[in-house]
Write a protein that binds this ligand. Structure first.
Ligand SMILES: Nc1ncnc2c1ncn2[C@@H]1O[C@H](COP(=O)(O)OP(=O)(O)OP(=O)(O)O)[C@@H](O)[C@H]1O
Length: 355
């Protein structure tokens, strides 16, 4: 196994910078998700690591060894893409065996390794089938078995679950995580699905316009986004904009919002505060239920969306629509048009510099 180091990698296509000075350390045995809008450079980064494409500048090493001059087939990387392209006229077992056959392994070794890989993806009994006799999820498992049978050092997954429906996708997320743990392989995973990134990975990197905007464990990015973009791209956030007051901001109407301890920006600078919708309490009066909820705003409910275990309230206030998510406890529901008071703690408020 091996970690992957990407250092100051840039790659342009004509005038377009697909990757702009990206540095990420993918830890040995870690599960790493790359998130970002369409066109932000995720696939381009995977292609540099795989060796399908080469950086204009920067370094890439795998297991501490520089791979700039190492061709794709020598990098010992396993890959699974959304469009996994199994050979339709070959059996499942022969599909999985392909990489080993090309390498010229002997038949007995191939049979053992193929069976082991198929068992790992829980398709041990289906080796004799053809791809068209499998479900979408099973085909995706074959693609995974094919990628890991050669014992790669690194697994690159580009939207591997993108073609699956929601329920199957969730099953495969659990399965993929189990397999990754079992073989302990460094895995780099590209996804559009933020929930998938949050639940599966040890670390997340968010790309925007070819630049890495933030990188860290899921909890850290969710709880301490460094930009409005990161706050709203990973999860939902209410963004308040105003002038920094040191440990918070003042909104244009004079209301002060206090941020978490340690968040400080020089007074007077333009700044924002991000607050997750589930951190805000909504009530019909200003009774202080918890002294820690020092931030307070008044507003009017414009819409309520019921979603079973929770409800989302949209609250209008000073030309802004705020979002509040409340667990459904069966207690009184607030009606549309009702005046409400929103309260939340400075601890739930992240101060972000403008820009
Ligand atoms: N071979 C190429 N030639 C020209 N432009 C390219 C090439 N490959 C990628 N690009 C451009 O580089 C940018 C990054 O593309 P990339 O495929 O890495 O994005 P992505 O984040 O993976 O997007 P998506 O989520 O849509 O797959 C895009 O603007 C894309 O059009």
């Amino acid at each position: 196994m091996a970690g992957v180091q990407v250092a100051n990698v840039s790659r342009s296509f004509g005038a377009h910078k697909a990757l702009d000075d990206v540095s990420i350390d993918f830890a040995d045995g870690g599960f790493y998700a790359l998130l970002g809008p369409s066109g932000s450079g995720k696939t381009t980064l995977l292609r540099q690591i795989a060796g399908f494409d080469f950086p204009d500048s920067g370094r890439i090493s795998i297991g501490g060894e520089s791979v700039e001059r190492v061709p794709v087939e020598k990098r010992r990387i396993g890959m699974v893409f959304q469009n996994y392209a199994l050979f339709p006229n070959m059996s499942v077992a022969d599909n999985v065996a392909f990489g080993l056959s090309v390498r010229g392994e002997n038949k007995a070794v191939i049979a053992t390794e193929v069976q082991r890989a198929l068992d790992l993806v829980q398709l041990g009994k289906l080796g004799g089938r053809r791809p068209h006799q499998l479900s979408g999820g099973q085909r995706q498992r074959v693609a995974l078995a094919r990628a890991i049978v050669t014992k790669p050092r690194v697994l690159l997954l580009d939207e591997p679950l993108g073609a699956l429906d929601k329920a199957l996708r969730v099953d495969m997320q659990i399965e993929l995580k189990r397999i990754q743990r079992e073989i302990g392989i460094t895995t780099i995973f590209v996804t559009h699905d933020q929930e998938e990134a949050l639940t599966m990975s040890d670390r997340i990197g968010i790309l925007r316009d070819g630049r890495l905007v933030q990188e860290g464990p899921p909890e850290e990015i969710y709880d301490r986004p460094k930009s409005e973009f990161a706050a709203t791209f990973l999860g939902d956030a209410n963004i308040f904009r105003g002038d920094a007051t040191g440990n918070g901001i003042r909104l244009p109407d004079g209301t002060a919002i206090a941020a978490k301890v340690g968040d400080r920006l020089a007074g007077g600078a333009k700044a924002s505060c991000a607050v997750r919708p589930e951190r805000i309490r909504i009530a019909t009066d200003a009774v202080v239920s918890d002294a820690a909820d020092a931030n307070m705003l008044k507003g009017k409910v414009s819409k309520r969306i019921f979603a079973g275990n929770n409800s989302t309230y949209f609250v209008e206030r000073a030309g802004q629509t705020l979002k509040v998510i409340v667990q459904n406890t069966g207690a009184d529901r607030l009606a549309e048009g009702q005046d409400v008071v929103l309260r939340w703690s400075p601890e739930s408020t992240v101060l972000i510099a403008a820009g």
